[in-house]
Design a binder for this molecule. Sequence first.
Ligand code: TXA
Ligand code: MG
Length: 331
Amino acid sequence: MGPQRVSVPSGTTGSELAALLRPAAEVLREGGVVAFPTETVYGLGASALDPAAVEAVFRAKGRPSDNPLIVHVSDLDGARPLAREVTPLAAKLAGAFWPGPLTLVLDADRTVPRITTGGLDTVAVRAPDHAVARELIRQSGVPLAAPSANRSGRPSPTTAAHVAADFPAGVDIIVDAGPCAVGIESTVVDCRGRDPVILRPGSITAEQLGTATPAALTGGLPDLAASPGTRHAHYRPAARVHVADIGSGPSRVAELVEQGTPVGYLGLTPVTDVSGVRILGMPRDTRDLAHLLYAALRQADDWGLEDVVIEAVPPIGVGVAVMDRIRRAAG
Ligand code: TXA
Ligand code: MG
């Protein structure tokens, strides 16, 4: 049986939302799997404290068991029981950026099932900034383990339609509240020490972290070995993804069009002669490109494109996370 769909129209009030989400919260409490929107991407949620429910999430995604899940909570008080210690650094970052697209890695409390943490003795927690996610956490009364709601190796979903395309089965309910505002995932930061270490670049930038903790700016490159998810193949569409240098998207497109295969384009520099090219997006800035990226990769597959040109963006601010995702898509 396919997933049940619950639609949340824009303008839904707090009490209407509570009523609409009652069945989904009930399913979560009873160990089921619910896909729901966050401000970043859609998540595939289950009770983080219920090993069988978490197992169902891994199974539905086809996710390797050594890749831990992020646990979603309402606030720092919701995170406390999951961590052995909420470090001063974690408290400071949560104070500055929660609710929001920042995930904090801490030593895990014994009560967090090891299936949730991918066998690690650390736990990743975040408070999402989305009314639906927050109401589900509140009503279900449990912290929600929720990886991005895509089959493993597919682009993250930014609409309910993306989720439905990846999960004809294996999910009890999909909550549809329209497209996600941000479009790329949260920043994952190891907060166990005195200084933050970025494990996965994301929507909150190193510069933003630096305003709360100056050391984030001097922390150097992300320690990629420490975030298990960064080892696994990711976001790879069927098309070949060509990363064009900044400003040279249109000329790269022209070269490929000459070879006669269908070419898609996503980039900041406008392509003006559009014959022979399918436009996946011409965003106005890097944030806007981040917002469109995953939908564009899925669109490329739906159109059966063989080549896609994505123009590089300056690797500053959210551009760091965008280039990380584009490079992964290019393989
Ligand atoms: O924005 C987001 O973070 C979305 C929404 C749904 O919240 N979630 C998301 O989850 O992107 P997922 O599972 O697709 O990516 C989680 C990342 C992976 O790279 C994983 O390895 C890392 O977080 N992670 C989770 N727990 C960790 C831990 N204890 N230590 C280090 N990395 C961890
Ligand atoms: Mg993911």
